[in-house]
Design a protein around this ligand. Sequence first.
Ligand code: GLN
Length: 449
Amino acid sequence: MNITQLTLTETIEALKRKEFPEEDLNKAYLERIKDLNPKLNAYLEIVESKKGIPAAIKDVISTRGIKTTASSKILENYIPPYNGTVINKLLEQGASIIGKTNHDEFAMGSSNENSAYGVVKNPWNISKVPGGSSGGSAAAVAADLCVFALGSDTGGSIRQPASLCGVVGFKPTYGTVSRYGLIAMASSLDQIGPMTKSVEDAALVMEWISGPDGYDANMSSEKFKVKNEKLQSGIRGLKIGVPSEYFEEGLDPKVKQVIQDAIKKLEELGAEIVEVSLPHSQYAVAVYYILMSSEVSSNLARFDGIRYGKGRDQFGAEAKRRIMLGTYSLSSGYWDDYYAQAAKVRTLVKQDFEKAYQKVDVIIGPVSPTVAWDFGAKLDDPLAMYLSDIYTIPANLTGIPGISLPCGFVDDLPVGLHILGKFGDDMTVLQTAYAYEQATDWRKEKPKL
Ligand code: GLN
């Protein structure tokens, strides 16, 4: 048996049946990390865990006694004195932290090229980006360097790298998972979520990490519970919306074909496909870059050179760019024209979804307009980079849940299928994803390393 290829649910079963001890499990993963991490740069910090189920944690989530850098020079020597809520919850379930994963500095980016500690390589082709910002977590799952990982998603940072690396990535409904201990990027958008080898694993990790803790004022009072009968109940009669705006110019025709094939598959499985319209989606990227950078400029003010040791000159170029943009859009005289306007259009984007969800149960489309691209290809053109999040951002603006799961390949690189749900209806997203995953074999493909 190849221990490191097992999913989380398979690993738990195998441990229960005593097929191997936890020590062997940790050893197998650590050996693989030692072998492959120099090539991929997915981990910034490796923890020699001996017991527990090895989980990889994005380095933007605080871990007691383990260095947490946010992939920034400004936090180069920061060792948190406390755990984020999600970490305590994972440890209670018998998981262990096997390492902290690389990502774009302060979670700002779509390609991992903004990390202060070097790029992460895409396991499917090491000349390509892994996506971002949670590229290290995505690469660690894809390359079997952990059983599962956690990422954070502010504008797509779980779903887009999951898509580019061929793994499952789930952004829960805003308020399902506590942000306590997550180094804040944009507080009205940030949400932690699982990155896994299967949909069932994503559901299980959600159950582990969700629920109120008294530290995040925006939490829903309900804990997410996996309903297995519902997860496995199929999608006969389910109404799936396809937004015309998600298939227009900018979408790579080959990616489009793969998504259309996936839609056909869902129809074969008994779902009813309904065309829907999300007319304000075209403004989502612009709205996001005003609201997000405004919140960034406020959140990053705490790194003032007094509390965390290093000075603000240690911020990378992208962090500086966003602090300046945000400070500008919040300054008096401009606030009305930028921040206030963007907040209004955010409501229009939300109303589009509410209207569509009167007709359908979930909405599907692509996660990313293209598959993974070459290093450097979009580095000199921030706008081109920002546009790569065009399909993922609306879920953050509106707080709704969304998943990316493998649905095919273009030029030997993975393509992710995007399933978005109603606010609070994370279960139907997982149910749809599960039905698709069970009916296809994409998840079983592995990169050759
Ligand atoms: N790529 C987006 C950005 O650069 C999203 C980041 C995120 O979700 N953390 O802002």
